[in-house]
Design a protein around this ligand. Structure first.
Ligand code: GLN
Length: 234
């Protein structure tokens, strides 16, 4: 496949801490790889159609309320997309809404779309800081980023962690898990943006979306940047 259709879900509401940088990373790496990329923004009220990759960023509880309601309109569609192995990446607040629900400190429980067998409840402490996690899904086996959330996410059933926390808190600060994966649906608490800090994961998403492993790019600077953050707490 030499064209990737990328849907950026609700960027006007869920795009905190520079999460839009994930779209730029996928765009540039596809261009460098000679893969045409079509990027569609899906906003409140828009219809949805098949794409190869879906991205949803993070946001504050208030914005999550509006997106939670809108996502329910398309719950079945997104579950069918998951089951045909489309690639999803959700960051923090967007990740939380890919589970069954997010219960904030105040107010109603926010319904998710159950792409992941996971749920989130607001904790009493805000987790803020650098994170390093180890993962089996990509080489190098490290993922780095920045977390800023009070939500505590717990994984169930066949949903597995994206990685194991070496530095930081990850999903809930207790079970040492970070993020989640089920089929080709990925969630993570790592802002930063995530993909520019972990270009090997961006290439993995492109591989899953196109069905073929991309030619390695000359990533010396990106690799140095990634390695400079591994294990870094402050
Ligand atoms: N509002 C959610 C929380 O605090 C998500 C925050 C975010 O996306 N950074 O857990």
């Amino acid at each position: 496949m030499k064209k990737v259709r990328l849907a950026h879900l609700y960027p006007k509401l869920l795009n905190i801490y520079g999460d839009g940088g994930n779209i730029l990373a996928l765009k540039r790496r596809c261009e460098w790889l000679g893969i045409e990329i079509q990027i569609d923004e899906i906003n409140i009220g828009d219809s949805v159609s098949e794409h190869d990759i879906y991205f949803i960023g993070g946001g504050q509880d208030l914005q999550q309320i509006e997106v939670s309601k809108e996502l329910q309109r398309h719950k079945e569609f997104f579950q069918k997309e998951r089951d045909r192995m489309a690639v999803f990446l959700g960051i923090c607040g967007g990740y939380q809404l890919m589970g069954h629900y997010y219960q904030p400190h105040q107010g109603e429980k926010l319904a998710g779309i159950s792409l992941l067998d996971a749920y989130t409840v607001a904790g009493n402490k805000r987790f803020i800081g650098n994170v390093t996690a180890t993962t089996e899904f990509v080489e190098p086996h490290t993922l780095v980023g920045f977390e800023n959330h009070s939500g505590l996410t717990y994984l169930e059933g066949d949903t597995e962690p994206l990685g194991r926390v070496m530095v930081g808190n990850g999903n809930n600060g207790k079970d040492k898990t970070e993020g989640a994966r089920y089929k080709n649906v990925f969630g993570t608490y790592l802002h930063g943006s995530f993909l520019p800090k972990n270009p090997h994961f961006a290439d993995y998403m492109i591989e899953l979306a196109t069905g073929s492993k991309p030619e390695p790019l000359s990533d010396d600077i990106e690799k140095m940047a990634h390695e400079s953050l591994v294990g870094k707490a402050y």
